[in-house]
Design a binder for this molecule. Structure first.
Ligand code: ADP
Ligand code: MG
Length: 482
């Protein structure tokens, strides 16, 4: 077996043991360069992959290599390429940036630098030609310096999303484009997107960065149409280096906005400008999102943020308390982390409530005080849906038992019920795919992911399923008295 064949076999094994997103992110464009003195030297495309493979996947890789070559004891990664590619803009006409027509598939890869230079020249001319007021207005990046990577607690639930954002901040337009991050409300998407913008601003003050929610984007677009400024609007957006669109699910159903966004997206994408998008759900699950936009989103890197576990909630609380310079008993923080479980925004809300109370009554922040102040808050929180509520309604609807659901087995009726339960755990509780897999008898997280995606895809086509799910949800919430 030569080194190439060896690496292929190793990758084949690793692919089965980790998630697809992780596999593609960290193992694409890798190879074995040499094997010497028990060390395999692996070529990786960037420093980020090097760090990840050497630290996080070290053990997995060595274990897998040793299945084929027993005398390998360590690995070492070296960075070698790929060369950044700049996709061409084939014919740049004199005139406005919106006049630059960019072929979807670039044909002229031979003179990328020239094309890039032509584009930069255009951009400079364009910015010069804007009325002064418009320049000021449009150059608002909307970045809030409060959000940084430093203040973001990285844990199992957001590790990959955080890693992707850090990587993008170091390789604008060259690694993952677009980068698409999804996850439920209050789980830290906006924080991460803003941190990415702030980091790029710090490192490259000359870059044009724009953070905007999709709702704001829509209303700016509508205004520009009303004021006959649509060309200026488009030109402005097409000269941005880093475009961050938050909560893209709100574009759903807005045809005109999606149409304009698609063109801006393509224009930026073709010249390797970075686009970062967030949403409360994966592209597949956004109803009435144009197919061409969906497939653009799916063409980049997609990663999710799920619910933090108790330990992470505690770590975040400690960080927030630290930032505020407040002294509070650790047991009090533990109490909050244990009892407020929905999302981080609620946790912050609870903390602020306690702080306000203690300031007002000039009482120290003791555990007893926290328990007292939050008792009402917690009763409301406890009313929220639990895993057992979902299992119960699924059992009833499909005449199955929890044991059937958890047991291995592919009987058609049962596996459908199981998929529906997985879907509800994700959509209603935002559980991570690994904990869902664990619940269903220690299944792999990719199994849970596939089940979720299957139902997500089927809902669109299958009216019966759609109504089944809406009945199930009604039942779940009805049982909670909501
Ligand atoms: P989303 O955009 O997903 O709804 P946000 O980014 O607005 O959520 O997060 C809600 C609040 O929780 C923010 O104040 C944010 O700073 C905080 N937060 C979320 N995740 C983290 C984290 N991992 N570390 C520190 N703070 C976090
Ligand atoms: Mg947000």
């Amino acid at each position: 077996m030569n080194t190439q064949e060896l690496w292929k076999s190793v990758l084949g094994q690793i692919e089965l043991s980790i998630s697809k997103a992780n596999f593609v992110t960290w193992f694409q464009n890798t190879s074995i360069l040499s094997i010497k003195d028990g060390t395999a030297v692996i070529s990786v495309p960037n420093g980020f992959a090097k760090e990840w493979l050497e630290n996080k996947y070290n053990h997995t890789i060595i274990q897998s290599i040793r299945n084929f070559e027993n005398d390998i004891r360590s690995i070492k990664c070296v960075i070698s390429g790929p060369q950044p590619t700049i996709k061409s803009i084939d014919a740049v006409q004199p005139g406005k940036i919106s006049d630059i027509r960019i072929p979807l598939k670039s044909q002229d890869e031979n003179h990328p630098q020239q094309n890039q230079a032509r584009y930069e020249q255009h951009k400079a001319n364009f910015v010069q030609s804007l009325p002064k007021q418009a320049t000021v207005l449009f150059h608002e990046s909307n970045l809030n310096p409060r959000y940084t990577f430093k203040d973001y607690v990285v844990a199992e639930n957001n590790e990959l999303a955080n890693a992707a954002c850090v990587a993008v901040s170091n390789n604008l337009g060259q690694l993952y484009n677009p980068l698409f991050i999804y996850g439920g409300v209050g789980l830290g998407k906006t924080h991460l997107l803003q941190a990415l913008g702030n980091e790029v601003k710090r490192k490259h003050p000359e870059k044009t960065i724009k953070y905007i929610t999709s709702e704001r984007f829509t209303s700016e677009l509508v205004d520009s149409i009303k004021n006959q400024k649509i060309d200026t609007f488009k030109e402005y957006y097409q000269q941005i280096d880093l475009l961050i669109i938050d909560d893209v699910q709100f574009l759903s159903g807005r045809e005109k906005t999606q149409h304009e966004f698609f063109h801006i997206f393509n224009a930026l994408y073709q010249i390797n400008k970075q686009i970062v998008i967030s949403s409360d759900r994966p592209p597949k699950a956004i109803p009435t999102l144009e197919d061409r936009l969906r497939s653009r989103f799916e063409g980049g890197m997609i990663t999710d943020i799920s619910q933090p576990n108790e330990e992470t909630r505690l770590a975040i609380l400690r960080k927030k308390v630290n930032e505020k310079g407040i002294t509070i008993e650790d047991d009090a923080l533990r109490f909050i982390a244990e009892n407020i479980t929905q999302n981080i925004r609620e946790i912050e809300g609870a903390l602020n409530r306690v702080i306000a109370y203690s300031e007002f009554y000039k009482t120290p922040l003791s555990t007893a005080l926290v328990e007292k102040v939050l008792s009402q808050f917690i009763i409301q929180s406890k009313k929220k849906v639990q895993v057992s509520d979902i299992v119960e309604v699924v059992e009833k609807m499909y005449s199955v038992t929890q044991e059937d659901l958890v047991k291995k087995g592919r009987k058609k009726g049962i596996s459908h019920a199981r998929q529906v339960a997985v879907y509800l755990m994700r959509s209603e509780l935002n559980m991570s795919f690994s904990s869902i897999g664990e619940f269903f008898g220690g299944r792999d997280h990719t199994t849970a992911l596939h089940a979720f995606e299957k139902i997500t895809g089927d809902i669109e086509k299958n009216l019966r399923l759609k109504s089944e799910l809406s009945t199930l949800k009604d039942e779940i919430y009805h049982s909670k008295g909501v």
